[in-house]
Design a protein around this ligand. Structure first.
Ligand code: BYC
Length: 330
């Protein structure tokens, strides 16, 4: 992916063993790597892969919730949801910008997405069926995103780490708005409580899948951990999420759809049941309930926006031409 046409930020290096050892020493000393620093090609490539996928997730993640903006039950709920979805658009833009510092263009990344070749988080291929889904997404999906992204604030690549600090602050507000929707529904009429339980039943397992494959099947974890891109493994973060979320579900008076879920006194954590990895891989490979619709929606938005890009470019060219005439006249 993105193998062609890198625009070449950063110095190209010959990757001698001395160069690789010196790079690893910088990482081990917790130094931040910045865009123009020499870096191994594989480090650059894995960051472009991860940050690009992360940016796509934010942009595609606007779709399931955007679906409910016109149907939010009150003006207050509508304003909060609108702000949340706009924040997600902003997160996508910070992340595309962070990836661009590595030498890939936003156009290249978007073309990968709209052609269906790029990955984005599996979670956004599930439908939002009721208003309670908006609560469940904020609570669980943003909750899982925070668990995954707080350690990324300490990622070795400076622009990604700095983008994550602001993203995490905004995700905290998102998580709270979701939890508050769930709380209101759970304390409401029996039908409302049932709607909250149904949303929890449908979003729980896909939320656990957000953390990625189990450690034994995680292709990139070891190297990304050595480079301090990842600070925890997929299973470690999943466990932290389960441990943090079970008491929140208890406070709501809702039950998690996992008969194997039980407190493990000896280990000081919750045990949980087997995740359906066949479902996970099917969704990742494009066969989830809404993969095709999500990509089609992004493709349409990209095509519909062509005139804006053309107009902006024409304006920039005209301005540059005027400026060069003014400079020549001085
Ligand atoms: N969905 O070796 P692994 C948000 C892929 S939150 C799809 O463990 P890695 C939001 C993985 O890419 C969601 N694909 O990979 C929240 C790899 O494929 P490639 C976005 C997945 O990178 C609320 C292969 O499986 N967050 O945006 O070490 C509202 C093997 O996996 C998934 C981020 O992206 C998945 N769930 O670890 C709106 C956080 N899981 O690349 C928006 C940043 C794995 O070899 N990303 N794959 O083709 C990460 O932390 C890491 O990339 C992951 C995966 C933990 C996700």
């Amino acid at each position: 992916m993105y193998s062609q046409g890198l625009i070449g930020s950063g110095e190209q290096t010959t990757e001698t063993p001395e160069f690789l050892a010196a790079f690893q020493a910088r990482i081990d000393a917790d130094e931040k790597i910045e865009p123009n620093d020499p870096m191994p090609a594989a480090y650059r490539k894995t960051l472009i892969r991860q940050i690009g996928q992360h940016a796509h997730s934010e942009i595609v993640g606007m779709l399931p919730e955007g679906n409910w903006i016109t149907r939010a039950p009150t003006l207050r709920r509508k304003a909060a949801l609108l702000a949340k979805v706009q924040d997600e658009g902003g997160h996508g833009l910070y992340l595309y910008s962070a990836a661009e510092t590595l030498g890939v263009s936003r156009k290249q990344m978007t073309e990968e997405l709209v052609s269906g070749r790029a990955k984005y988080s599996s979670i956004f291929n599930y439908p939002t069926q009721t208003w309670a889904d908006i609560g469940a997404i904020g609570w669980l999906v943003d909750g899982a995103a925070i668990m995954n992204q707080v350690p990324l604030c300490r990622c070795s690549y400076g622009p990604y780490a700095r983008a994550m600090i602001r993203v995490c602050k905004e995700e905290s507000f998102h998580q709270r708005q979701g939890y508050e929707i769930m709380l209101k529904l759970a304390e409401g009429s029996p039908a409302q409580k049932e709607m909250a339980q149904d949303a929890l039943n449908r979003w729980w397992w896909p939320s656990l899948m957000m953390f990625g494959p189990p450690d034994g099947a995680s292709e990139h974890s070891d190297q990304s951990t050595r480079w301090k891109i990842k600070r925890f493994t997929n299973d470690e973060l999943r466990q932290k999420f389960v441990d943090a979320t079970v008491p929140q579900a208890q406070r709501l008076g809702l039950s998690l759809p996992d008969p194997a879920l039980a407190w493990n006194e000896a280990e000081g954590r919750y045990d949980y049941g087997e995740i359906d990895w066949d479902e996970f891989w099917a969704v990742v490979k494009g066969h989830g309930p809404l993969n095709k619709a999500r990509v089609a929606a992004r493709k349409k938005a990209w095509e519909d926006g062509a005139w804006v890009r053309e107009a902006a470019l024409a304006h920039a060219k005209k301005r540059a031409a005027r400026q060069s005439v003014a400079v020549a006249a001085e």
